[in-house]
Design a protein. Sequence first.
Length: 236
Amino acid sequence: MNHPDYQPIKQVKISTLIVDQIKAHIIKGNLNPGDPLPSERELMSLFNVSRSSLREALKILDTIGFVEISQRKRTRVKSIVPKGFIEPIRKLLKEDIDTVLEVHDVRRCLESWNSYYAAERATKEDIELLRQNLESMEEGIPKKVSLIDDDAAFHLAISSAAHNKIQTHLMYSIYALIQSTVGICYEANESWDILEEHRAVYQAIKDKNPVLAREKMHIHLDKVLARIHYFFEKKT
C-alpha cells in the first residue's frame, strides 16, 4: 500500500513565533515607525512567554532592522528604509542648501499625497490624534516650547491617517532627515502662524475634503519653503 507523502513536523522556537507576530503587525501597518512596543513585562504577559524567549526575539528583530533596542528606553519600531540611504543625505543637508531644497521637493510630493488620502481615509481615532497635537502646540507656544516635536508629530500623524504603510515609513525617514533643519528655520514669532496653517489642514481632513486638504498642505509647505530660504539668506 502506498502512503501519502507525509512531511516531518518541524519544531518552531518560541522566539521565532514572537518575531513572526511582531513582523506581521509592522507589515500590516498596525505598528508604525517610531511606535514603542509594550514594556518587556507587558510583552511577556501578552505572549505568555519567558523573558529569555522574548529577549531573543527582540534581538532578532533588532538585527534584521525591524526594531531598535535602546538602553533604559522602550523598544521602538524602525523605518524599513535603509539607514545607508539616509545618512549620506543627512550629511549633505548640513552643508548644501540645494540638497535641503531637493528634500523639500520630495517632502511636498509625499505630503500632498498624505493629506489628500488622509481626508478620505482618516478614522475617528486619527482625527482625535491630530486634534490633540494642535492642542499640544497651542498650549506650548505661550510657554516658548519648541515647535519641532509637535510639528513632526502632526505631519507624521497625517501620514499615518493615509493608511499606507510604505508611505508612512518613507515619511518617517524623510522627517528623520529634515526635522532639525526645518525646526531651526522657524522663527519664534511665527509659531501662531504655523499653528493656524496646521489647523487649516486639520479642518479639511476632518471635513473629508481631499482637494482642500491637499491645497492647504501646499500653502503650508510653500510658507515652510519661504522660511527655509529666509534662514539661509540670513546665514550668508
